[in-house]
Ligand binder design. Structure first.
Ligand code: 13P
Length: 283
């Protein structure tokens, strides 16, 4: 069943757990994530990044996501990850996304508030939820790169002003994670999560969550993170499934045979994440 981001994340906020937001690019990935959600009786967020939209096209991603949501009993959000501009966000809303992110983190505070409000005015009018980002999350998500030296942690006072002036539904905060594969072990600023949660009392989002140790994720959830974005760890599982199969079956040419173990590996990775996030049994 397709639901809004607000509906899902308000429940997670009230009951102190997090919902996994997994990046989708093709049918097998959508199926792997939905099957995992069904087996774990967990709500789930399917999200399309800039690269995902470029790869599959907005029509395909929207059709796959909506079909998957319609066919299942578990609550599913179809979300735009890191929306870059107003027109693209509108296009996704028009294609049936139930949640969008407008990433105005490249602007100053006033610019970020302005673009977020512009999106919210339209999105809220048609019942679509909005996620914004404050502070700058380092690393590379598809073709969007933020250099480590330009990464800026979220300022709690700015976050308070941002939320008061926008009425945004969820806020992505920069607290030490980065998109992509980590070189060393990431160090999360737990105090910052705690302070921001106390000051805002609303759903908070953690990007760049692949490669963060399970215990750190659990602590972040206990302190108030309610949406956790995962892309890289699922790519790793998918690629491993393909490599292992082709190593054992080098002459196989059937995409269905090659992709089935990849899908299974990804499904297991999603189930493990859901267990850590505390969303199991929450559907
Ligand atoms: P990872 O690739 O580090 O899991 O980050 C995903 C993400 O934050 C998507 O917005």
């Amino acid at each position: 069943m397709l639901v809004t981001g607000k509906e899902l994340l308000q429940d997670a906020h009230k009951n102190n757990y997090a919902v996994g937001a997994f990046n989708v690019n093709n049918m097998e990935i959508v199926q792997a994530i939905i099957e995992a959600a069904e087996e774990m009786n967990s709500p789930v967020i399917l999200q399309a990044s800039q690269g995902g939209l470029k790869y599959a096209g907005v029509e395909y991603i929207a059709a796959l996501g909506k079909l998957a949501a319609e066919k299942t009993k578990v609550p599913v959000v179809l979300h735009l990850d890191h929306g870059t501009d107003f027109d693209q966000v509108m296009l996704c809303i028009r294609h049936g996304f139930s949640s969008v992110m407008i990433d105005g983190s490249k602007f100053d505070l006033n610019g970020n508030i302005a673009i977020t409000n512009k999106v919210i005015e339209v999105a809220h009018a048609v019942g679509v939820s909005v996620e914004a980002e404050l502070g700058k999350i380092g690393g590379t998500e598809d073709h969007i790169t933020v250099d480590e030296k330009d990464a800026v942690f979220t300022d709690p006072n700015e976050a308070k002003r941002f939320v008061e002036e926008t009425n945004v539904d969820s806020l992505a905060i920069a607290v030490g994670t980065a998109h992509g594969v980590y070189k060393g072990e990431p160090k999360l600023d737990f105090d910052r999560i705690k302070i921001i949660k106390e000051m805002l009392n609303m759903p908070l989002v953690l990007h760049g969550s692949s490669g963060v140790p399970d215990e750190a994720i659990k602590k972040a959830v206990s302190l108030g993170i309610n949406k956790i974005n995962i892309d890289t760890d699922l790519r790793i599982a998918f690629a491993k499934g393909i490599k292992e199969f082709l190593k054992k079956n080098p002459d196989n040419i059937d995409p269905r045979k090659i992709l089935t173990p990849a899908k299974e590996a990804m499904k297991e990775a999603v189930k493990a994440k859901m267990t850590i996030f505390g969303s199991v049994g929450r559907a």
